[in-house]
Design a protein around this ligand. Sequence first.
Ligand SMILES: [Zn+2]
Length: 426
Amino acid sequence: MPELFRLFTLLRNRRLSGEQLETLQNSRLRSMIHHACTTVPYYRDLFASAGIAPGDINTTADLHLIPVTTKEDLRSAGLERILSSGTAPSSCLKIPTSGSTGKPFLTYLSRDDWQSRRLVEFRTLLAIGFRPRDRLAVLGPARRHERRLHQRLGLYDSINISPTLPPDEQLRLIRDFQPTILWVYPTVLKALLQRIDYRLSLFARPRILVSSAEAFDHAMAKHLRADLDLALFDFYGSNELGRIAAECPAHGGLHVNADHLVLECLDDGHAAAPGLPGSAVITTLNAFAMPYIRYHLGDVCTVLGTNCSCGCALPLIDHPRGRKTDVIRLPSGDTRSPWGVDYILREVEGLDQFRLIQEDLHHFRLLTVFRTPPRPIGISSIRSRLLEYLSEPVDLKVLVVDSIQQEHSKFRAFVSNISDSGNTNT
Ligand SMILES: [Zn+2]
C-alpha cells in the first residue's frame, strides 16, 4: 500500500468514533487470526490443541478462547514454526530485544510490517506536536535510522544516539544537533544529567521530552522543569510489538494504538475491570511475517475506560507500572544506564539469557546462559566491551552458568545490591 495513503488512513483513524474503531479493530483481528492460523505452524497447532478454529474468533471478546503465548513458548518453538510460511527470513528486518528480561529474541518484520510500524510511530510523534522543522534526537531506544526524502530536505530531521557511546560523546552529539524534541530512556538521560548538574539547557533547549521503556522519576522531572520549559510525554511500546500506547497533549493517560494491536489487561486470566490493573497481553494486527497472538508482555497496565478531552477515541490506559530500572553506579559517582549493557549483549551470538549483578561500587558479576558452549574469546570480548562501556576500573567477572533463577514474579536483567540503588522516586 502506498506510504502516504497508509499515513492518511492512520491519521484518519485517530478521528474515528469509538464504535468505528471497534469495527475496524475486529475486522483486522479476523484477518490476522485467519492469516496466523493458515500460515504459521505454531498458531495452527495452538488453535488445534485448544479445540478452536479461526472462525471462532470474531471479535476481541472471543480472544479469551486462545491460550496466552509467552516469549519462552516462541523461543522454544523455533523460527520456522513462528514465521509465516512464504516469508523469507533473509528478506525481513530483524529487531533484537531483551529488555528487562535479559533474554535475547529476534522479531522478524517484512518491509510492509516495518512500514506500518514506522508510520504508527510517526503518527504518535505528530500527535504530540512533531513539526516539519523539529529536530528529534533519540537517546536510548533503538530506532532504525533511515534518511528519507523529507529528512534530506531538512524536514522532520532526526538522529539516534547510542547509549553505549561515552557520556561526553553523547552530550557532544546533543549539543551539535540542538534537538527540539528529545526522546530518551530515563536512565540513559539520568546518567548524562548527573554529569552536568541537571543543566540540560547548557547543551540544548528541547521543548518536548519523551520517555519510553521506563517511567520518569519525579525528582528528575522536577530538576528538568526547573531548568527548561518542557512538555513531558510517556510512550509505551516494546521492540517485539512496536508502539503500544502514547500520551497525548491532554495528558489524560496513554492512547492505545487500537488499529495496530489489541491490548488486553488480564487479572487472573480474565479481563480486569476498567480502573483496575492487569497484566498486558497483546495481539498484533499489522505484523504478518511473525504474528503475535495473545502474547504475554507482563507489564502492569490499567484500562481507564474514560474519554480523552483531546477528542481522539483510541482507548486510554494509565501509565504502565513496573518499568522502573535501577542505574549502574560507578566509583567516581557517575552512573550508567543498564540499557547500554542490553545493547551490547542482546546481539551476542548464541547468548540465551543474561543478568548483570552489581555487588558494590567496584564489583560486578555477569551471569550468562549460552545455547552452545561459547568460545573463551567470546567471553573475553563480552567482558572487554562491558568494561569499555563502564569506563572505570571495576572488577567484572563473566560467568557461564546453566540457568539463572527468576526473582520475584519477573526476571530482571540488571540487579543492584547497593542499597537505595539510584531510586530517587520521591
Ligand atoms: Zn488524548
